[in-house]
Design a protein around this ligand. Structure first.
Ligand SMILES: [Zn+2]
Ligand SMILES: [Zn+2]
Length: 194
């Protein structure tokens, strides 16, 4: 039945309804409340406000204490960079030492070849060309064929000698992938058998 006497709309957590008649609209919950419960709702709001104060204080302290790079990330980055650097240095040192050894071995081989071919040129000169020259020098007539033949021999020995003067080990660098090629050529002209 409709009546001007409304009951307070507050109910306790256990569901018990307030039986008081006095009422006013609570702006916090939009319920019609008696004065006692209006005050108790005001206490709830005040308690919420205190919690909010605590939260704000907490946030302000955290902000005040915040410093740049608190976890020292720079040291972590340096450490990673150092590891990268060490790895590359180690690989490069390894390649460097290997290539040095390779040059050493090729140099020994080349030296042996040089000695063999120089000896060959020496024999061609002394045992062949100079012998022939001495023979021709003793002849009364100089034949054009002898002269041309000796000129050819001289040219041939000269070519071998020129080749022996050249460095026959070459080094090539590929800077994009640290690849290094060491190439040893053979003495071709010097090695030819006549
Ligand atoms: Zn309320
Ligand atoms: Zn009440």
């Amino acid at each position: 039945m409709a009546s001007a006497r409304n009951l307070c709309q507050h109910s306790d957590t256990d569901g018990t309804q307030c039986t008081s008649n006095d009422y006013i609209l609570c702006p916090h919950c939009q319920l019609q409340l008696c004065l006692k419960h209006l005050n108790s709702h005001q206490d709830l709001l005040r308690s919420d406000l205190y919690h909010l104060c605590d939260d704000i204080d907490h946030l302000r302290m955290n902000l005040d204490n915040l410093v740049f790079d608190s976890s020292n990330q720079r040291e972590y980055l340096f450490k990673q960079l150092d590891q990268w650097y060490d790895q590359w240095i180690n690989s490069l040192t390894k390649i460097y030492l290997e290539k040095k050894q390779e040059i050493e071995i090729l140099y020994l081989k080349s030296h042996m070849e040089f000695d063999v071919y120089k000896d060959k040129k020496d024999k061609e000169l002394k045992d062949n060309l100079i012998k022939q020259l001495n023979k021709v020098l003793k002849q009364k007539q100089i034949h054009i064929e002898d002269l041309n033949n000796m000129k050819n021999k001289l040219d041939y020995i000269q070519r071998g000698l020129d080749e022996l003067k050249q460095l026959n080990i070459d080094i090539q660098f590929n800077n994009t992938n640290f690849d290094i090629n060491i190439i040893k050529k053979r003495y071709i002209e010097a090695a030819k058998v006549r």
